[in-house]
Design a protein around this ligand. Structure first.
Ligand SMILES: NC(=O)c1ccc[n+]([C@@H]2O[C@H](COP(=O)([O-])OP(=O)(O)OC[C@H]3O[C@@H](n4cnc5c(N)ncnc54)[C@H](O)[C@@H]3O)[C@@H](O)[C@H]2O)c1
Length: 396
């Protein structure tokens, strides 16, 4: 791709700042439109330190048409990430979520209709699937509703169909959307609105359905990767990580560096226009496996996950992506090793732990962790040194 001027809405956030790094590395000019939302950036709402100094930041709301016009000036391509992220909150702050996500996207699209760009890429989400896809004993695909409260109370974790046991399988983009929260509804709305308006007005548009993105800078409250941070913080604090249900839930945790690369490819790929594409690591893990891996990584392998039997209503039992479309259309394959990405997260947590007493800006930190931080000290060195804890071990 020749050097372009790229606007990232929500560009000061977790994924946005990593994407900005990747785009700058490729020689592009990057502008971010971000209102520095206090729930993400803290009350001070200052330019975040993790945002590269070369990024031109326009502090403004994506629902403000004049701010969007300013942000679009001279821009070749747009990545739309600005959103209120949070499943639970979306269920009691319906207007707020709908306003930022749905209306915000509508304002952006109105502006783009008048001032089209070469390419638009929007962040959609695994949450549009609800439960992942299953197969029955004959091998036939089965789409199932979310589990009821009664099922969860009876600890019937796995969905069944007519009493039959179902096996989870990778979820393709063709699975019917099942919108179980206002947040999921809004992500689907963002995705469809961008694709529909983009097609009508000749703006090649791509929607990336992101799975559980993790890495330095992530929010602890993230519905996607918060669980990973919780596990890490508990282990660092000397406690066995508490895992919901029986710990056998399957997820696909993908490094934010891989996700940033997927966005770069989506900005370039001719064939991707008009498509919704899953983006994950291509490998599922259970939460119990992840708990064991983190414990081993920080040198506390005896802290095996405590299976709480508790649950969160509305959470899918299993959801992980079929990534074949990303491979064939974008040429995307995750390349960041899971263990390396875990070390990157743990090291960042350690740094945050040290800074936590001075700065509590609402982002993820280990401030609530009373345990010794000695567990973190040895992973502040080189990545290979940190990984030595895992040598000879298998993910199980
Ligand atoms: N993190 C994940 O695992 C994940 C998974 C699936 C989809 N997504 C989607 O990816 C996108 C980025 O997520 P993230 O994890 O980086 O979240 P984030 O909260 O770190 O970043 C979102 C950014 O948007 C900004 N913002 C919020 N409201 C705004 C508004 N009205 N105007 C302008 N800016 C506004 C925030 O200040 C923040 O910097 C979101 O659209 C999210 O739905 C994330």
């Amino acid at each position: 791709m020749t050097k372009k001027k790229i606007l990232i809405t929500g560009g000061a956030g977790f994924i946005g700042s990593h994407l900005a790094d990747a785009l700058l590395e490729r020689g592009h000019f990057v502008r971010a439109l971000d209102n520095l939302a206090p729930e993400v950036h803290g009350r001070e709402a200052a330019r975040p330190a993790h945002l590269d100094a070369r990024v031109e930041l326009i502090v403004g709301d994506v629902r403000d048409g004049a701010a969007v016009d300013r942000a679009l000036d001279g821009i070749d391509a747009v990545v739309h990430l600005a959103a209120a992220v949070g499943v639970g909150r979306s269920m009691y702050e319906v207007e707020r979520c709908t306003s930022i996500n749905n209306l915000g996207t509508a304002v952006l699209m109105d502006r783009l209709v008048r001032r089209p760009v070469e390419r638009l890429v929007v962040a959609s989400s695994m949450s549009v699937y609800g439960e992942g896809l299953y197969v029955d004993p004959t091998g036939a695909a089965r789409e199932v509703p979310g589990r009821t409260l009664e099922q969860l109370r009876r600890a019937e974790w796995d969905p069944r169909s007519n009493g039959q046991r179902l096996e989870p399988t990778a979820t393709p983009e063709t699975k019917t959307a099942r919108l179980d929260s206002v947040y999921a509804l809004s992500k689907y709305d963002q995705e469809r609105m961008c694709l529909v308006v983009g097609r009508a007005h000749g703006i090649p548009t791509v929607a990336l359905r992101l799975f559980n993105v993790f890495g330095p800078g992530q929010a602890r409250s993230s519905p996607y990767s918060g669980v990973l941070a919780d596990i890490a913080l508990q282990v660092i604090g000397g406690r066995a990580p508490l895992v919901h249900e029986d710990g056998e839930q399957r997820r696909d945790f993908v490094s934010v560096r891989d996700v940033a690369r997927a966005f770069c490819l989506a900005l370039e790929s001719e064939r991707a226009a008009g498509a919704a594409i899953n983006v994950g690591s291509g490998a599922w893990r259970t939460l119990a496996q992840v708990g064991r891996r983190v414990a081993k990584l920080v040198g506390r392998p005896h802290l095996s996950p405590a299976l709480s039997g508790t649950y969160r209503v509305g959470e899918p039992r299993h959801c992980y992506p079929d990534t074949r479309r990303a491979e064939s259309v974008l040429g995307y394959r995750a390349t960041v090793d899971f263990d390396v990405a875990l070390v990157e997260l743990a090291r960042w947590l350690g740094a945050r732990r040290r800074a936590a007493s001075a700065h509590d800006d609402g982002r993820l930190d280990a401030g609530g962790t009373r345990g010794s931080i000695a567990a973190l000290d040895h992973i502040q060195g080189s990545v290979p040194a940190a990984l030595s804890n895992l040598e000879g071990s298998h993910v199980q």
